[in-house]
Design a protein around this ligand. Structure first.
Ligand SMILES: CC(=O)N[C@H]1[C@@H](OP(=O)(O)OP(=O)(O)OC[C@H]2O[C@@H](n3ccc(=O)[nH]c3=O)[C@H](O)[C@@H]2O)O[C@H](CO)[C@@H](O)[C@@H]1O
Ligand SMILES: C=C(OP(=O)(O)O)C(=O)O
Length: 427
């Protein structure tokens, strides 16, 4: 199994291109199930999860064609064509490995009038329930049955009716599922307390390009007037605000100066203001966001929250960065109950972090020391990379497959801005 080896202490400097967003790509790809015409997605990141989602679409009967696969290319183009669906089932083996698979439920149900999807269960960062996905789908006319680890959904008469649903808590995935299901309903749907993440805006824009009628995009109230059919479209995946934020932390912790090329400041305000609070200079430039730091970082208190709040997907990376701040930072994780899996690993590198329930107190330490570490999830793995970049000596990050799910060519991008980092096989 591959691992990443970092010799820390190098200042990052230069231009670092930001890829298409994983979390947008994985909600745009299932939109292709809603039409028999091709959906062409540009700027798709080269990630294991994108490939995995492509396989899931193939299982359902869609064809996928990838272009731009030459070495050195960023941003591939995928043409997905679901002429007809040959299956309406997402099996356990796929859903278990890739939680986003649950996002085929809404569009498959809308297209075929039925869908059967394995329940995802929990994962390393905590419980990942789907009760709100199901309640929202039920509110727009789905009939549901849960048995033997699967949910089976049916649209009476082959088509959903539309309806009204107010989310009791904000859910990104459930908002995505219900929006995709509602666009071809016979009536209108009103979704309140909808998630407002930029990835949801991207989803709505793509659906609009396919002929969907959605009002209130980017607000907590979405009004969706069902249309008889959607058509094909060409759509470019938004830049990855979490990847950009991760590299911003990496640049900051090394006292670096990096232009995150393609990053959109407007989509990452909470991250940028947290960086500024930590003493990092953030400048919005024409072709991206520039972050500069002088090697001194101030402590920051952060609480994760739905957008536009501070993203849970940025918590681990900030924690690694704040290990080098002058003082104590308090982080509070409100989205997932178990998203501190990186704490013991950072501790092995010399970090002083105390966790009590959902609160972590990060005491800045003068230095971190490289060693062998491994993480059980994606952003936790990235926090170890950030720690490795500033640590004394060599850090080996194992279980690289987590990183390959969410960071396109991590080591190439970091090498290009001066990091001493490489990938090694077990040999
Ligand atoms: C609001 C939020 O920050 N969502 C994050 C969540 O999205 P993801 O879509 O995975 O999770 P949700 O947004 O649905 O979850 C938000 C909260 O609602 C709860 N919940 C969710 C669905 C459900 O049916 N029942 C239920 O109780 C979850 O346990 C969680 O506490 O993880 C992704 C991957 O890390 C992040 O990119 C998203 O930013
Ligand atoms: C946890 C994440 O992804 P997933 O929901 O695909 O596990 C993430 O993007 O940080």
């Amino acid at each position: 199994m591959d691992r990443i080896i970092i010799r820390g202490g190098k200042r990052l400097e230069g231009r670092l291109p930001i890829s298409g967003a994983k979390n947008a790509a994985l909600t745009l790809m299932p939109c292709a199930l809603l039409t028999d015409e091709p959906l062409v997605l540009r700027n798709l990141p080269r990630l294991a999860d994108v490939d995995g989602f492509g396989h899931l679409l193939n299982q359902l009967g869609a064809s996928t064609k990838l272009e731009g696969t030459r070495p050195g290319d960023f941003g591939r183009v995928m043409t997905i064509r679901a002429g007809s669906l040959t299956s309406t089932e997402a099996p356990y083996d796929i859903v278990r490995k890739m939680r986003a698979s649950i996002l085929v439920l809404g569009p498959t149900l809308a297209r075929a009038g039925q869908a059967r999807v394995s329940l995802p269960g929990g994962c390393a960062i905590g419980n990942r329930p789907i009760d709100l996905h199901l309640k929202a789908l039920e509110a727009i006319g789905a009939e549901l049955e849960t048995a033997a680890g699967y949910v089976t959904a049916r649209a009476p008469g082959g088509r959903l009716s539309g309806g009204r649903y107010r989310f009791p808590v904000v859910s990104v995935g459930a908002t995505e599922n219900v929006v995709m299901a509602a666009v071809t309903a016979t009536g209108t749907s009103v979704i309140e307390n909808a998630a407002r993440e930029p990835e949801i805006v991207d989803l709505c824009r793509c659906l609009q390009a396919m002929g969907a009628r959605i009002e209130g995009v980017g607000t907590e109230r979405l009004e969706i007037e069902g249309v008889d059919r959607l058509h094909g479209a060409t759509y470019a995946v938004m830049p990855d605000r979490i990847e950009a934020g991760s590299y911003a932390c990496a640049a900051a912790v090394t006292g670096g100066d990096v232009l995150l090329v393609g990053a959109k400041a407007d989509e990452m305000r909470a991250t940028l203001s947290a960086l500024r609070e930590a003493g990092v200079v953030v400048e919005e430039e024409r072709d991206g966001v520039r972050v500069r730091a002088d090697g001194r970082l101030r402590p920051v208190n952060l609480t994760t929250a739905p957008y536009p709040g501070f993203a849970t997907d940025m918590q681990a990376q900030f924690m690694a960065m704040l290990c080098m701040a002058d003082g104590a930072s308090v982080l509070e994780e409100t989205i997932f109950e178990n998203r501190y899996m990186h704490v013991p690993e950072l501790g092995r590198m010399g970090a002083d972090i105390r966790v009590r329930g959902r609160t972590a107190v990060v005491h800045g330490v003068g230095k971190l020391t490289g060693t062998q570490v491994m993480a059980t999830d994606l952003r936790a793995s990235m926090s170890l990379i950030i720690a490795g970049l500033v640590a004394d000596g060599e850090t080996q990050v194992n279980r690289v497959y987590h990183l390959d799910r969410g960071y396109e060519r991590l080591e190439e991008k970091l090498q290009a801005v001066g990091a001493d980092i490489e990938r090694a096989g077990d040999g």
